[in-house]
Design a binder for this molecule. Structure first.
Ligand code: UTP
Length: 450
């Protein structure tokens, strides 16, 4: 039988977590070893401090925030920077995808309407396209979770990294935090395992630093990071127009974000606001309803700049704030082992607290943050839910609409019912389509992949 070190025993006693050893004597040698290793990896003092930190709520003054329009003025600066190899892509792909209900990592989900390309492939092909177009290499940093890291690695390798060099892809795993009950006691998910939760998309900054990713970027000469989520097949991953605005004429913004106009006051998206003078995203559930429906003199929603979770970050800025993001505490239903019976209980009501960081919390630390308004129909078709809003069905319809619109802009007669999918290897905006290579018309029942 293995024994627990004196230091660990003391830690468990000091932080009232001795119950985690309730089943110690029943465990096999391997299980004891695993539980011991997990206990050794937990910073009990830190977890204890989170519980007080996250309940602090200060008085907030919320006001509308200024935005600029994405326009054609600054793209040359962005293009030059991309050519110099200064941009990298960061994708957070560690989420559990609970709402979609897909068994694998969300990035493996077949997302395009005709060929069913995965969400990973959609992003990879844009990076391949931009690398060729700007004759440069663009590294891709992908955050996985402890749970989905192996499957994600195999998926990318089995698919030859979708045409990217293996040396340009960096996978790193996000952190995990123990789940606690209302009294701050950690829960067991089995007799030999402490229940853990991924530390949220905001965990990406410290995970990048821990894994050496931020240092690697500096060595490579990467100065800007294009942050994209995994689940939006219309995402514009390498956008010189956005980068040009971020770089600015005189001095760079430290963080820039894209927004779209909210469809209506009740749309459930976070909104860019000025909070106590800082740019922040206020979640839809935290925006008072009278503010959500307030309109300006032009009849536009005053708080109508909806977040699409697309950001550009300057690397120096991320290095500075890597450990500064606050924790958020959420009351959730978490299965746990009953300490008296040893049975696993699936609670009907929230029984535990999970701790997470949100990436958009970086904005409040940024000097000169910029919020850039773009067109929803060009860049936003998320796949969040299995059905209804933001589902594969709505995303397919938006992808097909955009493809038809691009073809019409390039002079092709397209029936509204035509089904067209445009690969990112062919075009990432309408202007990339070469009219001489396109059919003159596409009829109602035709299915075309370009
Ligand atoms: P969501 O908040 O939509 O969560 O993540 P999700 O895990 O994909 O889906 P649900 O809520 O369980 O249904 C937005 C983005 O943040 C990433 C996701 O992979 C997605 O790209 N994410 C989220 C992480 O990388 N880690 C996390 O801990 C949470």
């Amino acid at each position: 039988m293995n024994s627990i070190s004196d230091k660990l025993q003391k830690n468990l006693a000091d932080f009232k977590q001795e119950h985690l050893l309730t089943f110690w004597d029943e465990l096999s040698g391997t299980e004891q070893h695993e539980l011991d290793a997990q206990l050794e990896s937990i910073n009990f003092k830190y977890i204890d401090s989170l519980q007080n930190q996250s309940s602090e709520e200060k008085e907030k003054t919320i006001e509308p925030c200024a935005t600029v329009l994405l326009d054609d003025s600054c793209n040359q600066q962005g293009i030059d920077s991309i050519r110099r190899g200064e941009i990298g892509v960061l994708t957070v792909a560690g989420g559990q995808g609970t709402r979609l209900g897909w068994s694998g990592p969300k990035g493996t989900y077949p997302a395009t309407p005709i060929s069913g390309k995965s969400l990973f492939q959609v992003i990879a092909e844009q990076i391949v396209f931009a690398s060729k177009k700007y004759n440069t290499s663009i590294p891709w940093y992908i955050m996985t979770s402890v749970e989905n890291d192996d499957v994600t690695r195999s998926f990318l390798l089995d698919n030859n990294c979708f045409g990217l060099e293996r040396t340009d892809i960096f996978l790193f795993t996000q952190g995990e935090v123990p789940v606690v009950d209302k009294d701050g006691k950690m829960l067991l998910s089995s007799k030999s395992k402490i229940a853990m939760n991924p530390d949220g998309h905001g965990g990406v900054i410290s995970a990048l630093q821990r894994s050496g990713g931020l240092d690697e970027m500096v060595t490579r000469g990467v100065k800007y990071l294009s942050y994209v989520q995994i689940d939006n097949p219309l995402v514009n991953v390498v956008d010189p127009w956005f980068l040009g605005l971020h770089m600015g004429d005189l001095s760079s913004a430290e963080a820039s974000s894209k927004c779209v106009k909210k469809m209506d006051p009740d749309e459930r998206v976070g909104v860019f606001c000025s909070v106590n003078g800082n740019v922040e995203i206020v979640e839809y559930s935290d925006l008072p309803s009278e503010k959500a429906s307030e309109r300006d003199n032009d009849g536009q929603l005053s708080y109508g700049s909806g977040s699409i979770a697309l950001h550009l970050f300057s690397i120096e800025f991320l290095q500075r704030i890597a450990e500064d993001l606050p924790w958020h505490k959420a009351n959730k239903k978490v299965p746990f082992v009953d300490l008296y019976t040893g049975e696993i209980i699936n609670p009907d009501t929230p029984n535990a607290y999970k701790f997470e960081k949100f990436v958009f919390d970086v904005l409040r630390f940024a000097k000169k943050p910029l919020v850039v308004e773009t067109k929803r129909e060009e860049e936003f078709a998320p796949i969040k839910n299995a059905s209804g809003q933001d589902s594969p069905k709505t995303s397919h319809a938006l992808q097909l609409e955009r493809a038809n619109r691009w073809l019409s802009l390039r002079g092709v007669q397209v029936s509204e019912e035509a089904r067209v999918e445009i690969s990112a290897l062919t075009a990432v905006r309408a202007g990339d389509l070469v009219p001489s290579t396109l059919p003159s018309s596409i009829g109602a029942n035709q299915k075309v992949i370009l």
